[in-house]
Structures are given as structure tokens and as C-alpha cells.
Design a protein around this ligand. Structure first.
Ligand code: GLC
Length: 649
């Protein structure tokens, strides 16, 4: 709602900063005026009762103006180009990869020389795992940041990062980095000052004199790392206080009830935006607001903070989209796209953690019913927002979907989850997988799963046994899992190493800074001799690489795959086959995935339930044309195989 008084305040701030409301600052000024009422209202709801609330708002406006000032003409131009494209991140032409700079190639300065390898695979979007300063040994893979603006010397310098960004921009590649919003390392300057007794900085964290409040919080907060970091508080002897540490003891939770914390972190966000980041991964947003008597996850204020960030980013750096890394229950994930007035206006992108876990479910059971039962929620995604789709990432696999989906598919939820955990940790008789349980909670028996894509698909065991048939099956499983994530809609994010089938790496066990965290087993150190085999015919690496490459090419060639909320699941006719139709005006594409270890038969009738019955189909993956048969005839899909069928007649 337009408010004259706010408009006036903005004009005063612009005058004070000699900002010209005409020519070069005009667009910024228009965005600022358009969003100020929303920014003010969100800010007031969060901080209206705080003594520094109003002053904080003034400071926030200053931060936006400064960030706009510091945005280079090149980036402003890129903002305009993206705006003209409209929701550029929905495109079928974006294919991502997530990687650790050091484990992939060494240092930031070495990465440009690897861009040709990535481009050859079909990658034009990179997620660099955290590169900002983080104490070695207590870094949680970089997610314990001690300086948000200094690149850790292990990776190089800020200048190297900027050079890489420029190079990527020239190559028309997109960049994603993280803002670790929920916590800092206990070595961060704010934490150091808090530890030294400075009350101003103690208020940047949740610090308590005794265990009274921590005990109350602990009674309702689930533990995130129950094995390595039980409880959510850590005693700090230097200042004789208990500090909230939801993740590891060395990651101190930031107190967003304090407007100074929000303002400082927003400033960091805009600093990243001005480095040329295209998508900012907001790490662990579910946790950013805490309230006694709750789980301290997914609280309404956490969403308000994200909405506020989105409004501010749209003003100062409109080309940067936000990815919410909310790995929570399906209904909760959806809320990160925004609700109510902010429907579709919170995070533009969210991890499709539900679909990822459901594919692992289907792979273990050979049954797609649970996957199907959960789709209703996922289809509620607002138009204009998209998923980040993936099979593996640096984290564990959580089986976070609803029990109701398991029950709807006819299984017992407890028994079903137990089977999946046993299957992927390789203890279920006959399981081909070699993974491990991560963060087992002895009280609830909850656990997640670690392991690389290849190892969980059985490649590690098959190679140990020199079993050619099992090797073939595991490669098919790898491609089946990848294919579904490439075609379901959203930005596919590959995890480095998976394109050539890296199996688990157990060397982390020899490093005391990592041995307590088995997620390191699926974070490989790249051996470039192995990756070079991607170009040697007959090798396993070549088989996986070239198939992945071809899948990405097919995706890129089919605009119907762009995420225009144009997906319809096929009525199930065979429990082993997951199938959906992607449709855009005249273009229609049937995507079918057989999760069974045997050939599956799908009645041709399945193709005739959605609009005009097709007569002829072209299978992009198997490169053949098919004639649609009668209802009593079948399309036969090989074990762990798939078809990408375009209607040609
Ligand atoms: C996110 C990261 C994970 C990290 C956690 C704490 O979930 O993906 O790796 O441990 O946040 O920062």
C-alpha cells in the first residue's frame, strides 16, 4: 500500500545521498518506491517493538542505496537483460553442478581452466561450496564462516573469485554461492567479542547465564547432529554463558530478533549480489527464527525474514534470485515459495528434497506408489518459481516425506523407512548399495543416509565383485535417477564426480576434522586421470559421462522442459513406472521411468488419457520412432530404463 510519509522519507534519503531520481538511478528509485511499503511493513512486524527498530529501518534504506551505488554498470545491464527474459531461471537451458573448489581442482584460480570440461558436459551454472573464511577442522565443509567477506586462503582471494565470476559471465555461465545465514563460526569477530564479554555482541547470539532457558528450548527442539553434537546449546567458559548451537558446537546461531543482526547480514547478502552472484543459496533458512516452546524450525518469522530479504534484493540487485535450502517436510518446503500476500514472492527456487528422496525410495522398492502419493503437495508450487532438482548433493539423504504418502501406497511407515535405511546402508540381505547411516538418533531411531550416487546405486559392490551384469545395472540406475531429475522441471544440479561415477571415498576417516561426519564419504577428491577417462571409449567413466552429457543436451533442446508449471502425472497403470507429461501448447513430451529390475509393460492406453491420443512418438533417449498401439498392447521399458517421448503425430 502506498504511503506518502514513506515516500517522503525515501526522497529525503535519496537527496541526502545525492541520488538522481532521473536517468541512471531511475530504475532503482522506482523499485525502491515500489517496495518500500512492503519492506517497512515486514521490518515493523519483526522489529517494531525493538528500541532500535526505527533507526534500523533508516539504516536499512541506506544499505540499499549503498548497494545500488556499488553495483557495477555490467551487473546493472545484466539485471535488465534478465528482467527482459522474465523468470530466467525457469529455462530448460540451465544445467548446474555443485562442487568443492579445493576437492575439484585446488584453488579458485585453477577453476577457469576446468570450465571447458564442465561446458563440454553441458554445465553452465556452478554452485561453489563455501569459499569464505572458515577455520580448518571446525568448518562443517565451509558452513562455519568466520569472515563473510574474506575468501579463505585455502581457496585463494576475493580477487580470484571476482576473476572467475567475470570469466563465467563471458562464457555465459551462471554462479551460485551460499550465504550461511543461520550461524557464524565461533571464530567470527562478533562471536569473539561476545566471548570477551561485550553485551552488544552477546545480543548477536542467543546467550544465557544458566541452563534454565536452554533446557526449555532443548525440550522441544529436535537435534540436528545427535551423534556428533547432541543438544542445541554449548557452554562458553570464557564468558560463563550458554550459547545456542543448533548444528555443531562451533556454529553459533545468530539472533535475528536483533535488527542489527538482520541489517549486517543483509549487507553481506548485497555484497555477494555485487560480486555477480546469479542465485544466492540461503543456507538452512528453516532455522533462522527461534521461539520457546516450538521446534524452532519453519516459524512464520523465518518466512518474514526471507520475504524481507527478497524485497530488498529486488530493489538493489534485481537480477539475483534466492534459493531456499529448506530440507523439511513437503508441506513446509512449499511455504518457502511464499504464502498469502507473498505467494510466489519469497524464494524463487527451493530444493526439491522430497522428490529426491522419493526417487531413492522408488529405486530401493522398485515401486513408484509412494512417489506418486506425494505429488499433490509438490504440484502446488507457484508459477514463476522453480525447483532445484537433484539426486545427490554434499549432504545426506533425509527421508523427510510424509508418513501419509507411505501409508497411502499401502506400506507400514515405520517398516518402510527401516527397510530403506537398511537397504542403503547395505545391511538388508541382497542390497547392492554401499552407504551409511548418518546422524542416527538413539532416542527416535531417526537416521539419514550418506553415500555417493554410484555407491548407493550399487556400483561400488558390483566393481568389487567384478560383476559385469551388476555394473551394467548400477549404471542404468545412475542414469535413471539423473534423467528423472533433468526432466521433471527445475534446475538440475549435478554433484561433482557423479558424472563419471565416483564411488565412496573413505579417506575422511583418517582426518580428525572430518572423521566424525560420514557425509565426507560422498565428497570426492577429483583425480583428473580418472576424469580424463571420460574421453576414452569403453571405459565406465566414458559411459556415464557421455550418457549424462547426452541427457543434458536433450534437456537443452526441448523448451517444453522449461518449468512453466506444465507437468501432469500420468494415471498409474504399472506401479513400477513413474510417468509424466510435459506440455506447452502443441508440444507434448511423455517421460517414463521404470524403477523395476525387470522389463515393465505399460498399456498404450496410458498415452490416451490426456488430450488427443498421439499416433507416433519419437524417443529422444533411445533415438527411435514408435507407433502408439492399441489399448491391449504395451510399451515395454527395459529394467531401470526410461523413455523421453515426444509426440510427433
Ligand atoms: C546446510 C548445509 C549443511 C550444513 C548445515 C549447517 O544444511 O547444506 O552442509 O551442515 O547447513 O550449516
Amino acid at each position: 500500500m502506498y504511503q506518502y510519509s514513506l515516500h517522503n522519507r525515501i526522497n529525503q534519503a535519496c537527496e541526502k545521498n545525492q541520488l538522481s531520481t532521473g536517468d541512471k538511478d531511475q530504475l532503482f528509485y522506482a523499485r525502491l518506491i515500489a517496495n518500500t511499503a512492503a519492506i517497512h511493513s515486514l521490518y515493523s512486524e519483526l522489529y517494531g517493538h525493538h528500541p532500535n527498530g526505527e533507526a534500523g529501518f533508516e539504516e536499512l534504506v541506506q544499505t540499499l542505496i549503498q548497494a545500488h551505488r556499488q553495483r557495477t554498470p555490467k551487473l546493472r545491464q545484466k539485471d535488465n537483460t534478465k528482467e527482459k527474459k522474465g523468470n530466467w531461471f525457469l529455462s530448460n537451458e540451465i544445467n548446474g553442478m555443485s562442487l568443492y573448489v579445493d576437492r575439484f581442482c585446488g584453488r579458485l584460480a585453477d577453476l577457469p581452466s576446468k570450465l571447458p570440461y564442465l561446458k563440454d558436459l553441458g554445465i553452465n551454472f556452478l554452485h561453489l561450496m563455501p569459499v569464505f573464511q572458515s577455520p580448518e577442522g571446525e568448518s562443517d565443509g565451509g558452513y562455519a564462516v568466520s569472515d563473510f567477506r574474506k575468501v579463505d586462503e585455502r581457496f585463494g582471494t576475493l580477487d580470484d573469485l571476482q576473476k572467475l565470476q567475470l570469466r563465467m559471465q563471458q562464457e555465459e555461465m551462471y554462479l551460485m554461492i551460499d550465504i550461511v545465514l543461520n550461524h557464524t563460526s565461533y571464530h567470527h569477530e562478533w562471536a569473539q567479542k561476545a566471548k570477551a564479554g561485550d553485551p552488544v555482541y552477546q545480543d548477536y547470539f542467543y546467550m544465557y547465564d544458566d541452563r534454565t532457558l536452554p533446557d526449555q528450548f532443548d525440550s522441544t527442539m529436535p537435534e540436528i547432529f545427535p551423534e556428533s553434537s547432541p543438544g542445541s546449546f554449548t557452554y562458553v567458559k570464557e564468558c560463563n554463558k550458554w550459547v545456542m548451537t543448533v548444528f555443531h558446537h562451533y556454529q553459533w546461531d545468530l539472533n535475528y530478533t536483533n535488527p542489527a543482526v538482520f541489517n549486517a547480514m543483509l549487507d553481506n547478502i548485497l555484497f555477494y549480489a555485487n560480486l555477480g552472484v546469479d542465485i544466492l543459496r540461503i543456507d538452512a533458512p528453516a532455522f533462522i527464527w527461534k521461539q520457546l516452546g516450538t521446534t524452532c524450525q519453519n516459524l512464520p518469522q523465518a518466512h518474514m525474514l526471507l520475504q524481507l530479504i527478497r524485497q530488498c534484493v529486488q530493489v538493489a540487485a534485481p537480477g539475483m534470485a534466492l534459493l531456499g535450502e529448506a530440507i523439511v517436510a513437503p508441506k513446509e518446503i512449499m511455504k518457502y515459495f511464499g504464502t498469502g500476500l507473498y505467494y510466489g514472492k519469497e524464494c524463487e527456487v527451493a530444493y526439491n528434497a522430497t522428490q529426491m528422496a522419493l526417487q531413492w525410495d522408488a529405486l530401493a522398492t522398485g515401486d513408484t506408489r509412494v512417489m506418486l502419493a506425494a505429488q499433490h503437495d509438490l504440484l502446488q508450487k507457484p508459477f514463476g518459481c522453480t525447483w532445484l532438482t537433484y539426486t545427490r548433493c554434499h549432504d545426506d539423504i533425509g527421508l523427510g516425506y510424509e508418513d501419509a504418502s507411505i501409508i497411502a501406497a499401502g506400506f507400514n511407515a515405520y517398516g518402510h523407512r527401516k527397510f530403506l535405511k537398511d537397504y542403503y546402508s547395505g545391511t538388508h540381505p541382497g542390497s547392492p548399495a554401499s552407504g551409511a547411516l548418518f546422524s542416527v538418533n538413539p532416542k527416535t531411531q531417526d537416521a539419514r543416509i550418506s553415500g555417493s550416487l554410484a555407491s548407493l546405486c550399487g556400483l561400488e559392490r558390483a566393481m568389487e565383485a567384478y560383476d559385469e551384469n551388476e555394473i551394467e545395472m548400477s549404471v542404468r540406475k545412475i542414469l535413471l535417477m539423473q534423467a528423472q531429475t533433468f526432466f521433471i522441471g527445475g534446475i538440475p544440479m549435478l554433484f561433482y564426480g557423479d558424472e563419471v561415477g565416483y564411488t565412496n571415498d573413505y579417506s575422511y576417516l583418517n582426518d580428525p576434522g572430518k572423521s566424525y561426519d560420514n557425509r565426507w564419504m560422498h565428497r570426492p577428491i577429483i583425480n583428473w586421470e580418472k576424469n580424463a577417462r571420460a574421453k576414452e571409449s569403453g571405459t565406465l567413466e566414458q559411459k556415464i559421462f557421455s550418457a549424462t552429457q547426452r541427457l543434458l543436451q536433450i534437456r537443452k533442446s526441448l523448451p517444453v522442459i522449461a518449468d512453466k508449471k506444465n507437468l501432469t502425472w500420468l494415471t498409474p497403470h504399472n506401479i513400477h513406472v513413474a510417468g509424466f507429461l510435459r506440455q506447452d501448447q502443441e508440444k507434448r513430451l511423455y517421460c517414463l521411468f521404470n524403477y523395476a529390475s525387470r522389463a515393465s509393460y505399460l498399456t498404450w492406453y496410458a498415452f490416451k488419457e490426456h488430450g488427443n491420443a498421439p499416433k507416433r512418438l519419437y524417443d529422444h533417449w533411445n533415438d527411435k520412432k514408435l507407433t502408439v498401439g492399441s489399448d491391449y498392447e504395451y510399451l515395454v521399458i527395459d529394467p531401470y530404463s526410461f523413455c523421453i517421448l515426444e509426440v510427433i503425430e
